[in-house]
Design a protein around this ligand. Sequence first.
Ligand code: C2E
Ligand code: SIN
Ligand code: SIN
Ligand code: SIN
Ligand code: FE
Length: 393
Amino acid sequence: MAHIAGPTTPTRHESGAKRGPDVERLLALQAFNARLVCMTVDENSYQEVVNGVWKVMGCDFCSLFLHDEASHSLKLVGSVGYEELDPELEISLADSASMHIQAFAEEYLVHVNDLTDQYGIKTLSADLRSSLAMPIIANSGPVGVFDFGSREVGAFSPSEISMCSMLVDQMSYSLENIRLVNELSRSRDAVIRGMALLAEIRDSHIGGHLNRICAYSKYLAEALLDRPGYSEVTPTFIDTIARSAALHDVGKVGIPDAILLKPGKLTVPEFEVMKSHTTMGAELLEGLMRDYGEYGMISMGVEMAIAHHERWDGGGYPEGISGLDIPLSARILTICDVYDALTSRRVYKGAWSMEETMANIRENSGQHFDPELVKIFLARPSDLQAIQNQYPD
Ligand code: C2E
Ligand code: SIN
Ligand code: SIN
Ligand code: SIN
Ligand code: FE
């Protein structure tokens, strides 16, 4: 007889039920949990979740369906044991005879102890004799359904149901968290790329500039790895600077075209406006962090946006800080930025030769630039040339 269990979890009504220790299951459960915590969600990993649950329960059939808003259905994302199941199976939310839809719509567990002669209930296989469909409920509401099935009548005792319920609870939290984390990091990456690209499109000189800036910054940061005095430089630092260097000029999206794209030299007031690209970039990125949370790449981006026009001698902008008060990421970026600006053509200037550029940077070492970083950066010109060749305009 089919029945829909109440909203209390079986664990609660079966709290007095005897459940002998089952070491194999606990081990499988532990492995399953560990897996859930580390996994990133894609189509294959849903199948892995199903495999994990199936290993813990040892039942004949298991499957996982997730709600798809667009098609008003539950979509199959993974299954074990159901041999003839269409991998693209979708169950319409309107199909009220389906156990899965009942569980989803009622947000209750549906348990059918004996499916023999239960013609009114749709199941996934004619071989099923008992089955359990459990809604997966996230903070936002039901997000899917997990089912357990057996070829035996009455396979799911109260203690089995408790175990299933525990697994599905665990899954609800993890699936939701993983989904959110992935979505967030995807949207962060999209926003960051979008902003960097926007700046690039308007400021037409940039071309390969972003790629080169990232490559030069990575190159200089790598040269600092394991050097005394640069304990801050770790593989993570290198990875982060290589990506976030592209953000240093995002504030240029806020500079009027008439100034940003002016073919000639800027007037003093125009240059004053131009200087605000540093603070505007930092504000933009700080706003992102408020919306999406602290994120290594963005916080280094803030540092670089605000400080990449500071000078070692304190004569830069916007704050006029000097020397080691300027964050390392910004000191690195300043050299790379100017090196690339000089070796490239701009609306307001032609490209300088590598020799002229290196001479200029050496001349300004200790005034504009951190002298130690200049030495390291310019030590192997052929490496710089290789980066320039790799990313032409
Ligand atoms: P940018 O073109 O990416 O240049 C970055 C930095 O490279 C400049 O920061 C400056 O330190 C250095 N740099 C670039 N070209 C030259 C050059 O011909 N001579 C020298 N000595 N240094 C150069 P800065 O000066 O703070 O400028 C920031 C941004 O302001 C520039 O970014 C550019 O977008 C804009 N800008 C600066 N001067 C002019 C100008 O005369 N005309 C126009 N249209 N834009 C300018
Ligand atoms: C200038 O406008 O002062 C020269 C070009 C530059 O520094 O970007
Ligand atoms: C530069 O040549 O990169 C800037 C000019 C200066 O620092 O005086
Ligand atoms: C600057 O922006 O010029 C100061 C940072 C440095 O070059 O070390
Ligand atoms: Fe800049």
